[in-house]
Design a protein around this ligand. Structure first.
Ligand SMILES: [Zn+2]
Length: 448
C-alpha cells in the first residue's frame, strides 16, 4: 500500500473550506467492553468531513459524495484507517532523554536517572529544546493529546505549553510538587509550590487548548501541608486537572504507609486531601484493594494503565477487569521514560499481554477505545475530544495497516476490522502512522 501524496501547495487555500478525508473510519461512542457492538462506529469506505478544524460529519463515502460541493477538497487515504488522535493519559516530557535506562525499579530509578535529568529544566533553553522534540515524537506516534508531567521548575511548564500552543495541541501539564524526600535542587516548599502552580494556572489554563494539571509527583515526596494546598488549588479551580502516581510498586506502597501512618491505604492519602475527583488521573493503580477502587469510581477519579512501564520497572500487573467491574474510568499511558515507547500502538500490545498474564481479555476494539475516547473520559474531557461526533476538533491519525512488509503480509490474511486492529496494535508502531492531524491541520506526515 502506498502513502497518498501530500496535499499540494494549493490545499492551504481551501483549509478554511470543506475538506473530506476518505478512508476506513472508526471511532467510539462508548466502551465496547461495557456497551458491546453499539459502542463503535465503523465505515469501511468512509468520509470524514472537516471544516474550520472541526468535524462536520463522519459517514459512508457514498452518502457524503452525493452531496459534496464541487469546491470541497478531497484527500483519499484509500484503505488506510482514520481514528481519533490518540490520548496518552500519563507521560513525563523531561524523561525523553532517559527512556531505556538500565536496571532499576521505581525508587532507585528516580534517584539514579530521573532526578539528575529533571535538574536541567531550570534552564528554559534546554526545556524548550526537549519540549519541541517531545511533541514532535507524540505527533509522529499519532498522539494528539497527553497529560504531561513537567518538572518542579515553572520554566519547564512554560516550555511545554508554548510548544503545544504553536502546534495547536490540547495538552494538559503541570509543575511537579515535591517538598521532601528528593534532592535539594528539585525541592519546592508547600507555599512556593502552591504559589507557582496558582500563577501557572492563571497564565495558561484555558488558553487556546491548554489545560493545567495540579501535579504532586506522588505522596511520598510531598508533606501533608503540600497535599493540603494541592487540594486548595483544586477547590479554587474546579476545571483544572490533577495528575499523580499511586500504588505502582511494593516498596513505594510500604513507604507511603510509613509516611502517612494514619491512612487506611495509599490512595486514602490523596482522598484525605480532596485529590480524588473527575479529571484526576492516577498512573499505575496496581496495588489497590476493592475499597480503593470503589472510592475512585465514586469520586470520578481515573486510572492510567501504563503497561510498558509496569513491565519495564517490574512493578506489577494492572487489573483491568477489577477497574471495569467498579466502573472506574481507565485510559492508557505510555509513562515515558519509565515506559519504553512513545507509541500507543506498542503500549496497547503490552496492555494486551498484561491482561493475558492476568487471564483477562483486552479486545482490539476495547483497546482502541482506551487509546481514544477512554483517554478523553479518563481526563474528564470527553465533551471536548475523543471521537468524531459533529463539532469535535479534527484531531485524528491516519494508520497504515500495511506499514511494514510483515504487516502487509499478515494483513492479507486478516478478515475484517477486528483482526486488522489486532494486527495494527500487535505489530504497529510509529511506522504505521501515515499522518497526524490537529484541528484539521496536518502536523505529521511519514516520509515514504
Ligand atoms: Zn509516571
Amino acid at each position: 500500500m502506498t502513502v497518498p501524496a501530500a496535499p499540494g501547495p494549493g490545499s492551504r487555500e481551501v483549509a478554511s473550506g470543506l475538506t473530506v478525508y476518505r478512508g476506513q473510519i472508526l471511532h467510539f461512542l462508548d466502551d465496547p467492553a461495557v456497551a458491546g457492538e453499539g459502542a463503535h462506529v465503523y465505515h469501511p469506505d468512509g468520509a470524514l468531513v472537516v471544516q474550520d478544524g472541526r468535524i462536520v460529519r463522519a459517514d459512508d463515502w457514498r452518502e457524503v459524495a452525493a452531496s459534496l460541493p464541487a469546491s470541497a477538497n478531497v484527500i483519499d487515504y484509500a484503505r488506510q484507517l482514520l481514528v481519533p488522535g490518540f490520548i496518552d493519559t500519563h507521560i513525563h516530557y523531561p524523561q525523553s532523554d532517559i527512556i531505556a535506562s538500565y536496571g532499576e525499579q521505581l525508587l532507585e530509578w528516580l534517584e539514579r536517572y530521573t532526578f539528575p535529568t529533571e535538574r536541567r529544566f531550570d534552564d528554559p533553553v534546554h526545556a524548550r529544546e526537549v519540549a519541541a522534540f517531545f511533541l514532535t515524537e507524540l505527533l509522529r506516534n499519532g498522539t494528539t493529546t497527553a497529560a504531561v508531567f513537567a518538572t518542579v521548575h515553572p520554566e519547564s511548564v512554560d516550555a511545554i505549553f508554548e510548544a503545544a500552543r504553536e502546534r495547536g495541541m490540547c495538552i494538559a501539564a503541570g509543575k511537579v510538587l515535591m517538598d521532601r524526600n528528593c534532592p535539594e535542587f528539585l525541592r519546592d516548599t508547600a507555599e512556593s509550590g502552591y504559589e507557582q502552580s496558582a500563577a501557572l494556572i492563571e497564565r495558561w489554563h484555558g488558553r487556546d487548548r491548554l489545560l493545567y494539571a495540579v501535579t504532586p509527583r506522588f505522596a511520598p515526596t510531598s508533606t501533608d501541608r503540600q497535599l493540603e494546598l494541592a487540594g486548595r488549588l483544586l477547590e479554587a479551580h474546579d476545571d483544572v486537572l490533577l495528575q499523580s502516581h499511586v500504588a505502582e510498586n511494593h516498596d513505594e506502597v510500604r513507604w507511603a504507609a510509613e509516611l502517612f501512618p494514619w491512612s487506611r491505604s495509599y490512595l486514602d492519602v490523596y482522598d484525605h486531601f480532596g485529590l480524588l475527583r473527575r479529571g484526576a488521573v492516577y498512573a499505575h493503580c496496581i496495588h489497590l484493594d476493592q475499597r480503593d477502587r470503589q472510592r475512585m469510581a465514586e469520586s470520578g477519579a481515573a486510572m492510567s494503565f501504563c503497561a510498558t512501564s509496569n513491565l519495564f520497572l517490574g512493578s506489577g500487573l494492572f487489573d483491568l477487569d477489577a477497574a471495569r467491574a467498579h466502573g472506574v474510568p481507565v485510559g492508557v499511558g505510555t509513562d515515558v521514560g519509565g515506559g519504553t515507547s512513545f507509541s500507543m500502538l506498542r503500549t496497547l500490545a503490552e496492555s494486551y499481554k498484561v491482561a493475558q498474564l492476568a487471564r483477562q481479555r483486552l479486545s482490539p476494539l476495547a483497546a482502541f477505545y482506551l487509546a481514544t475516547l477512554g483517554g478523553a473520559r479518563a481526563l474528564g474531557l470527553a465533551d471536548h475530544l475523543g471521537n468524531f461526533a459533529p463539532g469535535m476538533p479534527a484531531d485524528f491519525v491516519v494508520l497504515d495497516p500495511a506499514a511494514t512488509p510483515l504487516m502487509a503480509r499478515r494483513m492479507e490474511r486478516a478478515e475484517g476490522l477486528v483482526e486488522e486492529l489486532f494486527v495494527l496494535m500487535m505489530l504497529g508502531d510509529d511506522r504505521a502512522v501515515a499522518a497526524t492531524y490537529v484541528m484539521g491541520e496536518e502536523r505529521w506526515r511519514r516520509t515514504p
